[in-house]
Design a protein around this ligand. Structure first.
Ligand SMILES: *Cc1c(COP(=O)(O)O)cnc(C)c1O
Length: 492
């Protein structure tokens, strides 16, 4: 990092008259400034930074070095699977044959349609469902699509009174948000002390106005919902459908299938589970799968395999309609295809098992220093409730070292922070997901640093309270950022 450029906007580096280029003299009379119609010329100069070439190169290079991503360091963000994206996939998704105009007629896009069909078929097999659409652009978009399938199913049977959807209190925030966008009323079901859905709390909620229930499994605490067979039976008996949030499906890959557990509709995040990371809000892909009997409600158009090596696009009159332009974020679908093929059927179960092993390894290694509120074997992620009392984490002490302090201190050591203060079930939640793709050395480094931070919290809490020390920007005033956001920069 260089002081001259560091933390400055390119406008602040600007000096009047400074140029970083040299162009040949214009030889054509008609294009010379003097020859142009004066009324077309602007009266004031554009506000562009005036900088020399080295300054502009260093400015952007330094800025790019300020990015943190899976390509620069460990990213244990729970509930948001940030695993690496094999570079091979980047090459493959740029093969010239896939560079097609979105309205290319189906007969000239047979290769792309074949790839789409193979991805949807593979996902259907992994999920134990009948058919997928790859059209939705994100997980939340998939949730909306899946809920619209459920609504369409009830409407098709003339059952129009089902206006409520059950969502557990531990659900990802997009679940109730998508349900509200779909026009459904949200009914919350509580979790028991062991972190799974409380069946006794569920029973009285069920009735003829229930469209279905959304569940995440493993749930957002990283726990396997063991009572699913009973829950699915109860919801089906009352006439509702079961929705599975499969945004983070990696622990289940090749091990068990939502369709076999009794789920009717689900979405998967290709940009979490199938190789593409998703920092900064996109791009994403949220395929939606349905069990047999619900296929006709999926969005238009569907890609249909004619069975003779050719493919067509088909629209169904029972469909919920269009959910996106064309066939979704195709580049992400190609990356997922490359990932699926490179693992192959025999190696896909390794992804699930390794993600579970890695999470449990970190959990068991750090429980001596951090509070573990739910002490069971986790799946791909788990939640600590801040530092243990003996390391300064006593919640009742107003001066206690918080999860935010630990997260900020982690940045000084070159790690991305875990998800913090989510789920809302614990005061000092710290949700860690290592994913299946990290080496043991990386996990050990992270464990050592987390322990060291706990020791620092005990010996010198001020060190954590004032962290981060080594980042371009120190600790933000989160409240001010929310209350008085400034999105513009006043040019000098
Ligand atoms: C990420 C996530 C979502 C939403 O996915 P987006 O692509 O961000 O819209 C939904 N549910 C769970 C459990 C998630 O982790």
């Amino acid at each position: 990092m260089n002081r001259t450029y560091y933390g400055k906007l390119i406008f602040e580096l600007s000096r009047p008259g400074r140029v970083g280029y040299s162009l040949p003299k214009c030889e054509f009379e008609a294009y010379k400034l003097e020859s142009l119609d004066g009324t077309l010329l602007r009266q004031t100069a554009t506000l562009l930074p005036e900088v020399d070439e080295l300054t502009v190169v260093r400015h952007y290079t330094n800025m790019s070095n300020n990015n943190f991503g899976v390509d620069t360091g460990f990213y244990p963000l729970g509930s948001c699977t940030m695993k690496y994206n094999p570079k091979l996939n980047e090459e493959l998704c740029q093969l010239p044959g896939f560079n097609q105009h979105p309205i290319t007629p189906a007969r000239y896009a047979q290769g792309s349609l074949k790839l789409y069909d193979e991805v949807q078929k593979t996902l259907a097999e992994i999920a134990g469902l009948s058919r997928f659409t790859l059209n939705p652009y994100a997980g939340a978009h998939g949730e909306l699509t899946g809920l619209m399938v459920i609504r369409q199913y009830h409407i098709s049977r003339g059952d129009t009174k089902r206006i409520k959807i059950i969502v557990p209190d531990s659900a990802h925030g997009t679940n109730p948000a998508s349900a509200a966008v779909c026009g459904l009323q949200i009914v919350e079901v509580k979790s028991t002390a062991d972190g799974t859905v409380d069946v006794e709390d569920l029973r009285p909620l069920l009735g003829p106005d229930i469209a279905g229930m959304m569940m995440t499994n493993p749930n957002t605490l990283g726990l396997f919902e063991t009572k699913i067979p009973e829950i699915a039976r109860l919801v089906h008996e009352c006439g509702g459908l079961m929705y599975y949030d499969g945004a983070n499906l990696n622990p289940m890959l090749g091990v068990c299938r939502p369709g076999d557990m009794g789920f009717d509709v689900m979405h998967i995040n290709l940009h979490k589970t199938f190789s593409t990371p998703h920092g900064g809000g996109g791009p994403g892909s949220g395929p939606v799968g349905v069990r047999q009997g619900l296929e006709q409600f999926l969005p238009n158009p569907q890609v249909i395999n004619n069975g003779d090596g050719t493919y067509r696009l088909q629209c169904d009159e029972n469909s919920l309609g269009y959910i996106s332009f064309f066939l979704g974020n195709f580049g992400i679908i190609i990356r997922a295809y490359a990932y699926l093929l490179s693992l192959g059927k025999e190696n896909i179960p390794m992804a699930g098992k390794l993600s579970v092993l890695n999470a449990n390894y970190i959990k068991e290694s750090l429980r001596s220093h951090y509070k573990l509120p739910i002490d069971v074997e986790c799946k791909h992620e788990f939640v600590f409730d801040g530092l243990r009392e003996e390391y300064g984490g006593d919640h009742h002490d107003p001066e206690h070292v918080t999860t935010l302090d630990v997260a900020k201190r982690l940045l000084d050591y070159g790690f991305h922070a875990p998800t913090i203060y989510f789920p809302l079930l614990f005061h000092e939640a710290m949700m860690i997901e290592p994913t299946e793709t990290e080496s043991k050395e990386t996990l050990d480094d992270f464990i050592a640093v987390m322990k060291r931070i706990a020791e620092e919290a005990k010996a010198d809490p001020a060190l954590l309270k004032s962290a981060p020390h080594d980042t371009p920007v120190r600790r933000m005033d989160d409240v001010k950022a929310v209350k008085e956001p400034k999105f513009t920069y006043k040019a000098l």
